[in-house]
Design a protein around this ligand. Structure first.
Ligand code: NAD
Ligand code: HP7
Length: 310
């Protein structure tokens, strides 16, 4: 039975990690969060140690290791800007890291954590669950079976409404989250390169705290993308009462991929435990792309605009 630790245990995504640990027959030994709202731990791991201070968590993990047990994996669900430090802690504690996306904010941070991997012999794995989505895998297989010189026209519309809380939380501060293209968009940029090959070109047409849009060229796709968390931007065809509208069309054909996201953390853990996790080399292109989108000059007239960008 693998032994797990968890950092950021009180947050929104942590329960999916706890469920995944349970479903891979692991045991959560120790968790840490600066917030103590972690009663959910009792549902699956009532015996887990819990700390609200890093130093206490660190002491516990070190003592556990000295006693010949130690943690096999540490899950990291803390805010994006803390991932680098928490991954370093996990590896030096003798555990592999299972870290939420985006692994880091800046590409140079990947070099730093690569050095820690070398020093410790432990690995970093990123959660990028869209790579495990059956509809995305089917699309990738279809593209792989088509002629290599075929270029597809892709429209990606990703509307996922967030209230005022989002902007008040760490997610609303670009230096902590990277902004919406980094915090939310990283999934679909990674997914696009997974399906359509390496990135060739990126232009940013619009970049604001609630909405971003641009144009991308991959080896086998031209992509017009638009991402918004503003409820008032939801397209008119969004069903009444629904706060999300996610659509990807490939040569005009709709790919259904909104369902099933919530179950993919267990699949991610299973993949990692089988030794097939997504490591630093896999995540580097999407981290470079989101960093580029954060810093790019806005060029609304270069590349093709998304049709919903008014
Ligand atoms: P959240 O704000 O709900 O949770 C973050 C948790 O980290 C909070 O409980 C907070 O108290 C804790 N925290 C803050 N500073 C800390 C520190 N110094 N030490 C320990 N804990 C600290 O955010 P969230 O939505 O759960 O996001 C957490 C991570 O998961 C982020 O990296 C986010 O990008 C990622 N995420 C991924 C998905 C996905 O689909 N894979 C979905 C949501 C979030
Ligand atoms: N929700 C919350 O209650 N709290 C949150 O912190 C986030 C959402 P979805 P996910 O916003 O930070 C996506 O859009 O898919 C509510 C990104 N993942 O399905 O779980 C929300 O208001 C993730 O990388 O959210 O997460 C809805 O009511 C990003 O970090 C409901 O939960 C995260 O948004 C479901 O919202 C974020 C993907 O896009 C795959």
């Amino acid at each position: 039975m693998k032994r797990f630790g968890l950092i950021g245990a009180a947050g929104y995504i942590a329960p999916r990690h706890m469920k995944a640990i349970k479903e891979v027959d692991g045991v959560l030994c120790a968790a840490y969060d600066i917030n103590d709202s972690v009663g959910i731990m009792d549902s699956n791991f009532p015996d887990a140690a819990f700390f609200t201070e890093f130093e206490q968590f660190d002491s516990y993990v070190a003592a556990d290791k000295r006693q010949g047990r130690g943690l096999d994996y540490i899950g990291i669900c803390s805010p994006n800007y803390l991932h680098k430090s928490h991954m370093g802690f996990a590896l030096r504690a003798g555990a592999h890291a299972i870290c939420e996306k985006p692994l880091v904010l800046d590409p140079s941070d990947l070099d730093d954590v690569a050095d820690i991997e070398k020093e410790t012999g432990k690995q970093i794995n990123s959660i990028l669950q869209l790579r495990l989505h059956p509809a995305i895998i089917a699309l990738r297989n279809k593209i792989a079976a088509s002629p290599k010189d075929k270029i597809y026209d892709v429209d990606l519309s990703y509307f996922t409404s967030r209230g005022a809380w989002y902007h008040a939380s760490w997610k609303g501060f670009p230096q902590k989250s990277g902004g919406i293209a980094t915090n939310i968009g990283v999934h679909f940029y990674d997914m696009l390169s997974f399906v359509f090959g390496g990135l060739k070109t990126s232009y940013v047409h619009h970049r604001a705290e609630d909405c971003a849009a641009g144009y991308l060229e991959f080896e086998q796709a031209r992509v017009r993308w638009l991402l918004s968390i503003n409820r008032s931007h939801l397209p008119s065809q969004t069903p009444e009462g629904q706060s999300t509208y996610r659509s990807i069309t490939v040569d005009g054909e709709e790919i259904e991929f909104s369902g099933g996201f919530t179950d993919l953390h267990t699949a991610s853990y299973q993949t990692i435990l089988a030794g097939n996790g997504f490591g630093l080399d896999v995540v580097r292109p999407s981290i470079e792309l989101v960093s580029g989108i954060r810093h790019a000059e806005i060029k609304p007239l270069i590349g093709e605009q998304h049709p919903l960008l008014a």
